[in-house]
Write a protein that binds this ligand. Structure first.
Ligand code: NAD
Length: 274
């Protein structure tokens, strides 16, 4: 089974399910990425700060899957923000990845106290024009940060990758993205594993004869979100991709909708994180 392709506002598409490789050391990343590509994944989500771009690049090459058939995302780390430093950091990422383009380049955090995300976005627009970043987007941006970069450049990010899981559903952010056709991508989609024991998730999972992880990933899919679950365990990597032959119904979606809580954020608040 293949992962559905979600259209981006720039005319490209992104595979809806990808593999996240945060906290996956460089030497582990290569076999993990190969395992995922063997299992059918065609989308890998890394970042300069993860320290595994070399392993990710090696994993793609060793899989035998054509580079053009893999959707590869990396991210600019906060200490590289600024126009010239962004261009330099991008070159270094490409070199580590061993490729001459990425499918998606993201500003990892707005880091508003630095005051550099607009200059950074101007460099992203140049990388997009050069074709070395096929699509450009952001991560952890509040609507006010999105409006700022659009006002300053006229260029809309195609994606905002934000923390999103069944108990932290980010409805305000999703409502702000919709009119601009900004795709919402869920990071820590499984709540870093914390949600796998939730009784509501468990009941829906049993009803469909699926695992809790598959049920949560399917919830992201049925909400139109792009989702990048992480695992380094081959059986779980495969399990997390067996999600294209069932669907949650209205009762399931209503039960999971009720899990949303304002205080369920796991990661830092992007307003203050840098
Ligand atoms: P996640 O929500 O994907 O949870 C991963 C954890 O869940 C695993 O470490 C494992 O413990 C468990 N797990 C996964 N599959 C399982 C299964 N089938 N059965 C049982 N347990 C399972 O957490 P994450 O890694 O924080 O997020 C996913 C990806 O999102 C990251 O790898 C990274 O690529 C991205 N991310 C981005 C940002 C950002 O600021 N942009 C921040 C955090 C994560």
């Amino acid at each position: 089974t293949q992962t559905p392709a979600i259209p981006l506002s720039d005319g490209n598409t992104i595979p809806q399910v990808g593999l996240g490789v945060w906290r996956t050391p460089d030497d582990v990343a290569a076999p993990v990425v190969k395992t995922a590509l063997d299992a059918g994944y065609r989308h890998i989500d890394t970042a300069a700060i993860y320290g595994n771009e070399e392993g990710v690049g090696e994993g793609i090459r060793s899989s035998g899957v054509d580079r053009k058939d893999v959707f590869l995302t990396t991210k600019l780390w906060n200490d590289s923000q600024g126009f010239d430093s962004t261009l330099k950091a991008f070159d270094e990422s490409l070199k580590r990845l061993g490729t001459d383009y990425v499918d998606l380049y993201l500003i990892h955090w707005p880091a508003p106290r630095k005051g550099l995300y607009v200059d950074t976005w101007k460099a992203f627009v140049r990388l997009k024009t050069e074709g070395r970043a096929r699509s450009i987007g952001v991560s952890n941006f509040y609507p006010e940060h999105l409006e700022m970069i659009i006002a300053e450049t006229g260029e809309e990010p195609v994606i905002n990758q934000i923390e999103l899981h069944p108990d932290f559903q980010q409805k305000a952010a999703r409502q702000a993205h919709a009119p601009r056709r900004i795709v919402t991508e869920s990071w820590s989609p499984l709540g870093q594993g914390q949600l796998l024991d939730d009784p509501t998730i468990g009941a829906v999972a049993r009803k469909h004869g699926r695992t809790p992880a598959q049920t949560i990933i399917r919830w992201h899919i049925d909400n139109g979100l792009v989702v990048i679950p992480k695992s380094v365990t081959p059986s779980r990597i495969e399990e997390n991709f067996q999600v294209f032959d069932f669907k949650l119904d209205d009762d399931d979606l209503a039960a999971i909708a009720a899990l949303d809580r304002a205080d369920a954020r796991i990661g830092p608040d992007p307003k203050t994180a840098d």
